[in-house]
Ligand binder design. Structure first.
Ligand code: NAP
Length: 263
């Protein structure tokens, strides 16, 4: 299906693997000229044909340098910004209660999951306003279920969701739409990788990693019975970026296989 995005420009953060990579692939398939940012440029990212920019987005200056480079590489303003970068595990052991996290760790989670989006948006906004563009923030369903993950992570995601809502209100009248996508457990390295959160959780619970993954959909109340695929999140982002979503602004679209039970 042609989503009407041919020739548009986009910046996707956290794009070397997982959800970000799937978003780059989906946008590129729609004829979007994509700049893709992560610390490492993977072989999979190179294959997409996107313009890859290596950058650390957890630093105060990283986002502004990235946007400057993106606009220079594209030779024009951005139509779409996808603030996908997030996750992270600064302490190397995310399965802890509140008292287990010191200030420095709280700051690290917030730098990656909240301030990277704030700073990238600030840098990209003048161009997005000129193009009457679109912003999509990738939050998490744990923003609405903050007990279901490391508390600095879920709190930072709740802040990101609130940020998107406030921005939508301010920028809507100026022609820029802002929406949030909140996935539940997605089949990426976060869950499946040997050093990821899933592996840490399995070790903390004393169960084999494979067993944790097999039981995760039921444990988290996913009525679909399986993890979300990165391409499914990417399809939702592509829709939100498209003219077909012209009246969708300030929304928080949950894609979690039915894990959230409240209306
Ligand atoms: N997977 C899930 O179950 C799930 C659920 C809800 C929400 N989310 C959210 O969805 C987003 C993507 O998650 P994912 O599962 O795809 O994560 P992932 O597989 O860990 O990928 C994270 C991406 O971000 C990049 N990245 C990490 N730190 C960075 C930094 N300091 N500067 C620049 N890039 C950095 C990584 O590349 P480099 O390592 O090369 O930098 C990678 O491309 C995150 O915001 C996450 O919180 C995920």
């Amino acid at each position: 299906m042609d989503m009407g995005l041919q020739g548009r420009t986009a910046l996707v953060t956290g794009a070397s693997r997982g959800i970000g990579l799937a978003i780059v692939e989906a946008l590129a398939a729609e004829g979007v000229r994509v700049v893709a940012a992560a610390r490492n440029v993977t072989a999979e990212l190179k294959e997409t044909g996107a313009i890859a920019v290596p950058v650390d987005l957890s630093t105060p200056d990283g986002p502004a340098h990235l946007v400057e480079r993106a606009v220079a590489e594209l030779g024009e303003d951005l139509d779409l910004l996808v603030n996908n970068v997030g996750g992270g595990d600064p302490g190397g052991n995310a399965v802890r209660g509140f008292l287990g996290f010191a200030d420095g760790e709280w700051l690290s989670w917030f730098e990656l999951n909240f301030f990277a989006a704030v700073r990238t948006t600030r840098a990209a906004l003048p161009g997005l306003l000129r193009r009457r563009g679109v912003i999509v923030n990738i939050s998490s369903n744990t923003a609405r279920m903050p007990h279901a993950g490391p508390v600095p992570y879920t709190t930072a995601k709740a802040a990101l969701t609130a940020f998107g809502k406030a921005l939508a209100e301010e920028l809507g009248p100026q022609g820029v739409r802002v929406n949030t996508v909140s996935p539940g457990p997605v089949r990426t390295a976060v869950w499946e990788g040997p050093g990821g959160y899933g592996a840490e959780l399995a070790a903390a619970l004393g169960v084999p990693h494979e067993q944790l993954l097999a039981g995760l959909p039921a444990q988290t109340g996913m009525t679909t019975g399986r993890l979300v695929e990165p391409a499914e999140v990417a399809a939702l982002v592509t829709y939100l970026a498209s003219p077909q979503a012209a009246s969708v602004n300030g929304a928080d679209l949950v894609i979690d296989g039915g894990a959230i039970k409240t209306v």
